[in-house]
Design a protein around this ligand. Structure first.
Ligand code: CP3
Length: 338
């Protein structure tokens, strides 16, 4: 249904999925994690496909998102990847130009587990549902690689474009190729809807984003769309970058954050794109009365758009009650107010 919408056909209902739907908020996921490490789940196609399908067994959703992580390509580049209590860790951190020599740009064939998971998930996918592939966008992957640990305001990647423009450009260029190949691995395994996660794009100044980051996103999106995939671009906390996003080639849809309305995004983007979003994930913690009001408001706004995929403004919070997510999905499918 999402593919229909992104190819310009009108779907039977507004498609619904949730960012980070295959994760810790689901008791069935937490149970699987008692037996398998996170990376084991990612690296075993049958297990990854099983996790991919978990949310669809419990909720009325229109899409599954392949179970993997945005940091898997960094691991294939030669960095040590681990997940700690405080978040992901990549070692050693890349701090200077010579550090790049130790890194490798994997070809699409170097992701057999991800490709295998895509094929396995596609074989289990009920008719009418889409499988969404994903990758980080180059700058977001750069923050993890440059910082080693979770990115933040005071982290080494924060001032990198100004402090070390050569390293910034060289690493970003390398990551453009890494991400293209990781994305191609998924598209060639059969994914038709693809989301680029630019979780940390909001850290960038609009000037740096427009000059160095946006063109790479446009090139990746164009290359994937040439292979038959439709690309959704998600940039978190990035309202200030939307003037650049508006002009990007290759994008099929843009994911809207919760801080502005869908109408605001539509106006800013010149009505060019179907929009995805934009329920604040915190609303799903709250009483169902609040959830109903917010879902109805967003569904109503969605009707004025070129196309609308109902989703959150960013990822689902791990402490979210499953019944609230079910309530929101069903309410969105019911179509909101009159
Ligand atoms: O459900 C889905 O959306 C599919 C799978 C998926 C995961 N990570 C699984 C995961 C997706 C799409 C991602 C994307 C991802 N990973 C992003 C971009 C999305 C966003 O939230 O902005 C980012 C920044 C990461 C990096 C990452 N991976 C972090 C920060 C963490 C730790 C904390 C967290 O957010 O969960 C991970 C680990 C991770 N990735 C888990 C899952 C289910 C939890 C691992 C566990 O079970 O312990």
């Amino acid at each position: 249904m999402i593919l229909d919408l992104l190819e310009g056909r009108t779907p039977a209902r507004t498609p619904v999925w949730f960012m980070r739907q295959a994760g810790r908020f689901l008791p069935s996921y937490r149970k699987l994690r008692e037996k398998h490490s996170f990376l084991e789940l990612c690296d075993t196609p049958e297990l990854a496909a099983r996790v991919t399908m978990l949310p669809l067994a419990e909720l009325d959703l229109d899409a599954a998102i392949i179970f993997s992580d945005i940091l898997i390509p960094a691991q294939r580049m030669g960095l040590r990847l681990s997940y700690t209590e405080k978040g992901p860790l990549l070692e050693p951190p890349v701090r200077a130009l010579p550090d790049l020599r130790a890194l490798h740009v994997p070809v699409p064939e170097e992701y057999p587990a991800t490709a295998g998971a895509v094929r396995a998930a596609l074989s289990e996918l009920p008719p009418g549902k889409d499988l969404i592939g994903f990758s980080a966008a180059p700058y977001t992957l750069l923050t993890y690689i440059a910082d080693g640990a979770k990115a933040g305001a005071g982290s080494p990647s924060a001032g990198l474009p100004e402090r070390s423009p050569e390293l910034f450009e060289a690493l970003l260029g390398m990551l453009e190729n890494v991400i293209l190949n990781y994305s191609l691995a998924q598209v060639r395994a059969g994914v038709r809807v693809f989301q680029l996660f630019d979780t940390w794009a909001g850290n960038l100044e609009a000037r740096v984003y427009a000059a160095s980051v946006a063109p790479r996103i446009g090139r990746i999106a164009e290359a994937l769309s040439a292979e038959g995939a439709k690309v959704i671009y998600f940039a978190k906390d990035a309202w200030h970058l939307m003037d650049s996003v508006r002009g990007l080639p290759g994008l099929a849809a843009v994911s809207a954050g919760p801080a502005r309305t869908l109408g605001d995004y539509d106006e800013k983007l010149g009505g060019r794109f179907p929009l995805q979003g934009n329920l604040d994930p915190r609303v799903l913690l709250g009483p169902q009365k609040l959830i109903a009001a917010e879902v109805d408001r967003i569904m109503k706004e969605g009707r004025a758009l070129k196309g609308h995929i109902f989703n959150l403004g960013h990822g689902i919070l791990p402490e979210t009650p499953v019944e609230n997510v079910r309530f929101a999905a069903d309410r969105a499918h019911a179509g909101g107010p009159g």
